[in-house]
Design a protein around this ligand. Structure first.
Ligand code: PHE
Length: 355
């Protein structure tokens, strides 16, 4: 009969002195692997007399468990040592200047960050929602009842209908996030929603995918004057100059009254100068949240009110940074990105400048 305690001592010693995880695993295989010494011993059980088996069976099993426990304990120690060694050797000095900075921040991202900074300063939080929306959030809850003609104005991309005939849509605006927020959050609400939106349209000033920033304020006392002040302040801060604006009556199903805001501009050669001149350019849609929308979200319109606005980010980026064609924005041309892109290391902020 083999001396099991000698076997145990031998492997305990090898496990204890295994210098790394690979060596430890080699010891484990030598003892417990298919052709390992302990496994081979266990195979001899079949030829033993019943009395012998009664002693050797449990003894061998015990040995197997002991060795396997020792391996596990040693493994934890070696893993910790390996991690510490990696942590010590793979350090990066974050204070070193960056070499060969090549990537740039896309102007759309830059402009969204600038907007987030300006609105954060006014107390707005950033909210987000899904690009693939259902009909309820994109239309119905926003007071576009089924069959309403305004639905057709959105050139909607529909997904294949499900078994019940319901068609999901690529959201045509960021307004569904108004609904998601009002249904999940008790007023006061003050959010902006930067995100992608989709309409089946493509020319020099339209792309099938574009970006919007939505805004929503809900409380008990906010009125149209707050809406105007908020947006006028925003636009002057964004363009980093005094910009004259005007509000024109308009219609959106989800706001009442509704308006579009225009900014004064002039064209000098190829250049568009915002803030001066004799022309007006439409910049965004806005209005007081419609009582039906509040009701659809479970809010009492006699208690709560507020305003919403939505603007095209790509359009504002073109105006601020002078890109002539919207479609170039999404062509992924390295030269364009290199020229119009921003340093990813310079964060937009109000103290040292937005851009
Ligand atoms: N959702 C509108 C659009 O995409 C913009 C808008 C948002 C208008 C909020 C009013 C209030 O055209």
């Amino acid at each position: 009969m083999t001396d099991l305690s000698a076997l145990k001592a031998k492997y305990a010693e090898q496990i204890d002195t295994a210098p790394d995880l690979a060596a430890l695993d080699a010891v484990r295989v030598a003892a417990l692997g298919k052709k390992g010494e302990v496994s081979l011993q266990m195979r001899t059980l079949g030829q033993m007399s019943p009395e012998e088996k009664q002693v050797m069976g449990p003894a061998l099993n015990g040995l197997k468990n002991e060795i396997s426990d020792l391996v596990e304990t040693r493994k934890i120690i070696l893993e910790a040592e390996a991690l510490n060694a990696a942590l010590a050797s793979e350090t990066l000095d974050m204070s070193l200047p960056v070499k060969n900075e090549t990537g740039t921040l896309h102007p759309v991202m830059q402009v969204m960050e600038e907007m987030a900074v300006i609105f954060a300063d006014m107390g707005f939080a950033v909210a987000e929602g899904p690009d693939i929306e259902d009909d309820f959030h994109n239309f119905t809850a926003l007071n576009f009842p089924p069959g309403h003609p305004a639905r057709d104005m959105h050139d909607t991309f529909f997904l294949k209908p499900d078994a019940d005939g319901n068609k999901m849509v690529l959201r045509t605006h960021t307004s569904p996030v108004q609904i998601r927020t009002m249904m999940n959050q008790k007023p006061p609400i003050r959010i902006i929603v930067p995100g992608r939106t989709y309409r089946c349209d493509s020319d020099q000033t339209h792309t099938p995918m574009f970006h919007q920033v939505e805004g929503l304020v809900i409380d008990k006392t906010t009125h149209m004057g707050h809406l105007k002040g908020c947006l006028m302040d925003f636009i002057s801060t964004f363009f980093e100059t005094d910009v004259e604006t005007r509000f024109r009556p308009h219609h959106f199903p989800f706001t009442e009254p509704s308006a579009e805001m225009d900014v004064r501009y002039e064209r000098v050669g190829d250049e568009i100068r915002i803030g001066q001149g004799d022309n007006w350019m439409e910049i965004l849609g806005c209005g007081m949240v419609h009582p039906n929308v509040l009701k659809n979200c479970g809010l009492d319109p006699d208690e709560y009110q507020g305003f919403a606005f939505g603007m095209g980010v790509d359009r504002l980026a073109m105006l601020k940074y002078g890109m002539p064609d919207l479609r170039d924005m999404f062509a992924s041309d390295q030269r364009w990105l290199g020229h119009y892109g921003f340093s990813p290391l310079l964060q937009a902020n109000l103290a040292t400048g937005l851009s």
